[in-house]
Design a protein around this ligand. Structure first.
Ligand SMILES: [Cu+2]
Length: 175
């Protein structure tokens, strides 16, 4: 009595277990996607855990300025090289990596392209050299204002940075 049914049960239970495990795996994976800021879409944000930023600042400019410059020091505390590819900001329509150089005795600037940060090394943005060219400002920035940037790296990771609008580079903190 009931024997034919019993014979089929183990397979049914195994299938049910498999289905539950699959659902749990998916749930666990989705819980691990913890964005730093409220998600704007379904995009997965992976934070860069190797790079540390110091002295991020935006050079103060007259109210009508159409281009500003941003500077910072990036330190790679990791064991593998990192590649910084771009930056974006809600305050500017476009942000490019530029480098100031002397061509035929005239100071000029050019797009700099990707910048690698060696393991244990630094990448320094500073006046007269590498800088973030900040174009299409969406509002007037005053000294002391904060500008949020999102930095993008070649491995797909990102990092958010707050730069302070300042007339000159902030004092270097020793550590
Ligand atoms: Cu520039």
């Amino acid at each position: 009595m009931g024997t034919p049914n019993l014979r089929h049960r183990p397979a049914a239970i195994a299938l049910a277990t498999l289905a539950i495990m699959t659902c749990m795996d998916v749930a666990t994976a989705s819980q691990m996607r913890i964005p730093m800021s409220p998600p704007r879409s379904q995009q997965i944000i992976v934070l860069n855990k190797s790079v540390r930023v110091e002295s991020a600042w935006v050079r103060a400019a007259p109210p009508g300025a159409t281009m500003l410059a941003g500077y910072m020091d990036l330190h790679n505390d990791g064991k593998t090289p990192q590649r910084f590819i771009s930056a974006q900001s809600d305050v500017f329509g476009m942000v490019e990596l530029h480098k100031t150089m002397i061509v035929n005795g005239v100071s000029t600037m050019r797009p700099a392209g990707d910048q690698s940060i060696p393991a244990g090394g630094d990448l320094r943005f500073e006046p007269g050299g590498l800088h973030l060219m900040l174009m299409q400002p969406k509002r007037v920035l005053k000294i002391g204002d904060s500008v949020r940037f999102r930095l993008h790296f070649a491995d797909g990771s990102v990092m958010d940075v707050i730069a302070v609008v300042s007339a000159e580079a902030p004092a270097v903190t020793t550590h």
